[in-house]
Design a protein around this ligand. Structure first.
Ligand code: XMP
Length: 524
């Protein structure tokens, strides 16, 4: 059984995960209401777990299974006898009905996927405050099974053409069950349901980044004592916020190592080191190991081999510098909550490695260091809010993600110093264009990839034979899926002209319009 990671002193809400694709969105909606919540897979939640975590309310997520199937997931029966408010979503609704004495049936013409409209019945319900102002509400449905008989004590408060029991509740016991997904954007008024639910469950909205900052600092001080902490600083949002927070807690006991692998963007090392060292007074070691990395990558073109070389060298280099810091006992990492949530696996099989990701995994054991992960309970936008609390400049907090292997995976094929220099210039022009047009914050990630192709062009009276590059810009929520950004043609034309005019070595610019899946965001 996993144990709850709840931060003590806060009202807590438990989300029992039955494997829906959108369970994390439930947590997002609740955190936006300043409610501390945790997601735990249904297999790990039993009566003892509920008692230990002592949540103030519980949400049962959706899920892909059918409660009519023998052996399908259930909530612990004890949950319904603890006097806690419970909100069941989709599969969660069906589980509630089934376990509380109602009936669920499979498919046969009553499945509903996509947009639907719910209309109210005569009765009024507290969690629907602010709903039905226009007479009906748009909701997002995604269910094959449906409730055919509601459980004793429940009443119907809303119906849709294919879900006569779209909203049901037993208000006396504070049990609420909806067939649709209030957490997704396609249920435009869905957040209201969560807001009403947590208000009537007595949550005070005590989860704010201001409060978290104070608590996290006290916790780090208690954990670290007078020992030393080291942190691999990349300049990305997560490691920057983690370093700033730890620095505030233990000051000079923190040393950051910034590994310069020669695969950074234009002026990036100077900017990151300058900001942390000169403006924030952090102790930063600038590990200038460009020669080592570029030497090891010489002549290597296979993407996975490149990643492996960089990942291994990164660990070696980090360890070399860390070994020089006497008395270091802790390694700080910017692990976030989405990395910690255990997902519900139905296939049970191993998943294929698409790309081996680059981090300092395995190092703490090897070096005998203890991990400190002060962002473990936070989602990305909470990390940004915490960064603002800590006074990090907006330009740092809003930075696009940058991969550990850096420009190596934006330069398909063999890497040379010449190619890297061209890529850096082109990338800087492209990002400058995006900023000038006020598009930077709308885009999840944008960069140039330098293609391993030379093409013929004509400039002035002469023939050119230079590299082609691809511009990439995507929108995404978490990097798991992504859409290409729909720039207008004037922007694309202007950017292409600037790159060709300003960057020597590129004579052709293309725009990558592949979504993820089937593409990935990076080119390698
Ligand atoms: P892909 O290319 O897999 O990338 O669609 C998804 C997101 O992850 C970033 N990325 C990495 N980040 N180490 C990282 O820290 C890596 O090895 C790595 N590879 C990809 C990528 O930039 C995008 O944001």
């Amino acid at each position: 059984m996993t144990s709850p990671i709840a931060t003590p002193g806060h009202d807590r809400l438990l989300i029992i995960d039955f494997g829906s694709q959108v369970t994390q969105l439930i947590a997002r909606r609740l955190r936006e209401l300043n409610v501390y919540c945790e997601i735990h897979p249904y297999q790990t939640v039993d009566e003892a777990f509920l008692k230990e975590m002592a949540p103030k309310a519980v949400v049962l997520s959706g899920g892909p299974d059918s409660v009519t199937r023998e052996g399908s997931p259930r909530a612990p029966q004890a949950l319904f006898e603890m006097g806690l408010p419970v909100l069941g979503i989709c599969y969660g609704q069906q589980v509630m009905m089934h376990q509380l004495g109602g009936k669920v049936e499979s498919g046969h013409g009553t499945a509903e996927f996509g947009r639907a409209y719910v209309t109210p019945t005569e009765a009024r319900l507290d969690i629907l405050k602010g709903w039905f102002n226009e007479g009906r509400e748009q909701v997002w449905m995604s269910h094959g099974d449906h409730v055919s008989v509601i459980a004793p004590g429940f009443e119907v408060f809303g119906t849709s053409p294919n879900a006569p029991f779209a909203i049901t509740a037993d208000p006396a016991r504070h049990f609420y069950a909806v067939q649709f997904h209030p957490e997704v954007h396609h249920t435009p008024n869905g957040a209201k349901i969560y807001e009403n639910f947590v208000r009537l469950a007595g949550f005070t909205g005590d989860w704010t980044m201001g409060a978290y900052r104070e608590e996290a600092i006290a916790k780090i001080q208690a954990q670290v004592g007078d020992a030393k902490v080291i942190c691999a600083l990349s300049g990305g949002v997560d490691s920057s916020v983690a370093a700033a927070l730890i620095h505030e807690a233990v000051g000079d006991q923190l040393t950051c190592v910034f590994v310069d692998h020669g695969l950074l963007r234009l002026n990036e090392a100077e900017e990151v080191v300058g900001m942390f060292r000169d403006h924030m007074n952090l102790h930063v070691i600038h590990a200038e190991e460009q020669e080592l990395f570029l030497g090891a990558l010489d002549g290597v073109s296979d993407p996975e081999t490149k990643r492996k070389i960089i990942g291994k060298l990164f660990i070696d280099v980090f360890q070399k510098y860390a070994d020089q810091i006497e008395g270091a006992r802790f390694l700080a990492q910017g692990t976030l909550y989405p990395d910690v949530i255990e997902s519900v696996s139905f296939s049970g099989g191993p998943s294929v490695t698409i790309k081996s990701h680059h981090n300092v995994g395995g190092l703490p054991e090897k070096m005998g260091l203890k991990l400190i992960e002060p962002l473990r309970e936070l989602f990305k936008d909470e990390v940004r809010a915490l960064g603002r609390e800590l006074g990090l400049p907006a330009s740092f907090i809003g930075r696009h993600p940058f991969p550990g292997p850096g420009l190596a995976i934006r330069c398909p094929g063999e890497i040379t110093r010449e190619k890297l220099a061209i890529l850096r210039e082109a990338d800087a022009v492209y990002i400058d264009q995006i900023r000038k047009h006020g598009l930077y914050d709308e885009i999840w990630q944008a960069f140039v990839a330098l293609l391993p192709v030379r093409t013929v062009g004509v400039m002035g009276d002469g023939r050119t034979y230079d590299y082609a590059c691809a511009l990439r810009a995507v929108t995404s929520v978490d990097g798991m899926t992504a859409d290409y950004y729909p720039f207008d043609h004037t922007f694309l034309g202007e950017t292409a002209t600037r790159i060709i005019n300003e960057v020597q070595g590129i004579n052709r610019v293309t725009y990558d319009i592949t979504s993820k899946p089937p593409g990935t965001i990076e080119w390698e």
